[in-house]
Design a protein around this ligand. Structure first.
Ligand code: SER
Length: 583
């Protein structure tokens, strides 16, 4: 069964069971500066898992584009992927364990036609925080999974939380038995020998964990995740995701182009290329910080492995096209962005090749020096110098050092690297500030008006509203913000009235300096956390608004005149745009 059929079957099945299909959020989270990419389907839904009303109701189904890069070094084996798609169905305080399990079972056995004997499941064994999950156990028995294929495990296996804090709960996981021999008599679904492949996770999110421990959520939710690549692999009867339709065309293309036969390198190229394509498609650009750096790492690692395969780098556009072709059915928008994607990747490859040329000599020197001194290790200063002056990512230096029989001492590298990142953040903040600082009197007024508008929208529409961008000229202001639907006339009127009442009441605008941490803790709004240096300026307007901002602003809101919304329209998925004037 093809990936697109699996996805469609999934969406249709849950739609038939009362779920509303909602679109995938972009890979780059819209309102969550705490993570670089969406790493799970639940991430964009956190506010709703915590109790906020979702505009599409309490039963949702979607596919979510995800990137996880903590295992980047493992890519090249037969299973790790940095990009994957997660199919998920959601109950926001609606159905719970029984119904979720019933639907999962029905989907697997009726829609995907997986025989009952192929399915094993695991449930939470219970501990001091939460009781043994006998409800799931009974539900599995009821649909026909026998006792000897129901396992109980503790938190390490059957508890789900994204990171350290947040909504969480026990889960029940479904495994596909590949039919391989058990690796030992005690082999079970928690074993990584490859006999059992995890295919679906139903998380019963009923708790919230913070530093002080677990508390109950106001509602009991279901969060499920089914990995599309893995399911495609199983249903196509393939051993690895690289053998499926999603990667095979790229892998085969690489075989026709390569001079050296290295399967790991082919997998790394195919995998990193696909992730990069998806990240660029959602607006990512390579850089030296945060998301941009992840993309840069992926692209540079990919380029290095292309070189290892002995592939002429001038054919890269062809490889990108093949790679896009393989997943175009899933993501038709790639066709529109193809030119841009190719350009970003090829430009980065060119930059990297220059870097390599300049740095290779320096690298040789470092290696020779170490050898002359009889050392088996390259020190962190040298690694950092290669990074800063020649653009060698540290992981590449490590890989190259290994090839030369040397180790790398990274003890102080992290410190040097963080100092460097801080400097480049400062740099981008200056730029950010600069763009706004070149403002005249009218622009300054508009600038203050954006803060008022931001605050008013939160009151009228809800706390999910966050600034996604703004643009100011002497004639008008434009303000982009997260909100799923068109504003009604009444909402627009209310927003206008609120802003005008604040103007009329004449609030003073204060500026304070504090550390970024303090600012965020105090609840100050901020568009992109990583754009700001450690010490930030915070502008407050009465107790109406508090935002991290470079200014400039008026002294008192009474200077603004009369605020009027001229237009409210869609900007991009989940983002609305307001054009407004001061008269
Ligand atoms: N949040 C769970 C996971 O990522 C289920 O969607 O596995």
């Amino acid at each position: 069964m093809k990936a697109i059929e699996i996805r469609n079957k999934y969406l249709n099945f849950f739609e038939k069971h009362g779920h509303k299909i909602i679109p995938s959020s972009p890979l780059i989270p819209e309102n969550d500066p705490s993570v670089l990419f969406n790493t799970a389907g639940m991430q964009p839904l956190v506010p709703y898992l915590l109790g906020q009303k979702h505009p599409s109701g309490t039963r949702l189904v979607d596919y979510q584009k995800c990137v996880r890069t903590n295992d980047i070094e493992d890519v090249g084996d037969n299973r790790h992927l940095t990009y994957f798609e997660m199919l998920g169905n959601w109950s926001l305080g609606d159905y719970f364990k029984d119904e979720a399990i019933k639907m999962s079972y029905e989907f697997l056995t009726k829609e995907l036609e997986i025989p009952n004997e192929k399915i094993s499941v695991t449930c939470f064994a219970g501990d001091e925080d939460c009781e043994r999950d006998m409800v799931s156990y009974e539900a599995w028995k009821k649909v026909g999974i026998p006792d000897d294929r129901i396992y109980f495990f503790g938190k390490e296996d059957n508890w789900w939380i994204a990171g350290e804090e947040g909504p969480c709960g026990p889960d029940t996981e479904m495994f596909y038995d590949t039919g391989k021999e058990k690796c030992s008599p005690s082999c079970n679904p928690s074993c990584s020998c490859g006999k059992y492949v995890e295919i679906w996770n139903n998380v019963f999110m009923e708790f919230y964990k913070d530093k002080s421990g677990y508390s109950e959520l106001s509602q009991k939710n279901v969060d499920t995740g089914l990995g599309l690549e893995r399911m495609t692999m199983l249903l196509e009867g393939k051993e690895t995701p690289f053998d499926t339709e999603l990667f095979a065309p790229t892998m085969e293309k690489l075989v026709t182009l390569q001079k050296v036969d290295l399967i790991q390198s082919r997998r790394i190229v195919a995998e990193h290329l696909r992730s990069s394509i998806m990240i660029i498609n959602d607006g990512g650009v390579p850089s030296n910080v945060d998301r941009g750096y992840v993309l840069r790492r992926l692209l540079r690692r990919m380029t290095r492995h292309l070189k290892k395969l002995g592939i002429d780098l001038n054919v890269l556009p062809e490889i990108i096209e093949t790679s896009i072709e393989a997943i175009k059915e899933l993501y038709p928008e790639l066709e529109f962005n193809k030119k841009l994607i190719i350009k970003v990747i090829v430009d980065e490859k060119d930059k990297f090749m220059k870097t390599l040329q300049n740095g290779e000599k320096e690298f040789e020197k470092v290696v020779n020096r170490a050898k002359e001194l009889g050392k088996d290790t390259i020190d962190s200063e040298a690694v950092f110098n290669l990074y800063e002056t020649y653009g060698f990512p540290s992981e590449m230096t490590i890989e190259l050092a290994k090839e030369n029989g040397l180790k790398v001492n990274l003890e102080d590298f992290q410190k040097l690297f963080e100092e460097h990142q801080e400097k480049s953040r400062l740099g981008s903040n200056q730029k950010f500030k600069g763009g706004l600082a070149s403002t005249g009197e009218t622009e300054t007024k508009y600038h203050t008006a954006t803060h008022l508008l931001n605050a008013a929208l939160k009151i009228v529409l809800g706390n999910h509203v966050h600034q996604k961008g703004s643009n100011i000229t002497a004639e008008r202001m434009r303000f982009d913000f997260s909100h799923p639907s068109k504003m009604t006339d009444e909402e627009k009127q209310k927003t206008e009235d609120l802003v005008n009442s604040w103007i009329k009441d004449g609030y003073d605008v204060y500026i304070t300096e504090m550390t970024k941490e303090e600012a965020l803790k105090s609840g100050a709004e901020c568009m992109f956390v990583e754009k700001y240096p450690d010490i930030v300026t915070v502008y407050s307007i009465g107790d109406i608004s508090k935002e991290l901002c470079g200014g400039p602003h008026v002294k008192n809101t009474s200077e603004l005149g009369h605020f009027k919304i001229k237009k409210e329209e869609a900007s991009s998925s989940g983002v609305r745009r307001i054009k407004a004037i001061l008269e």
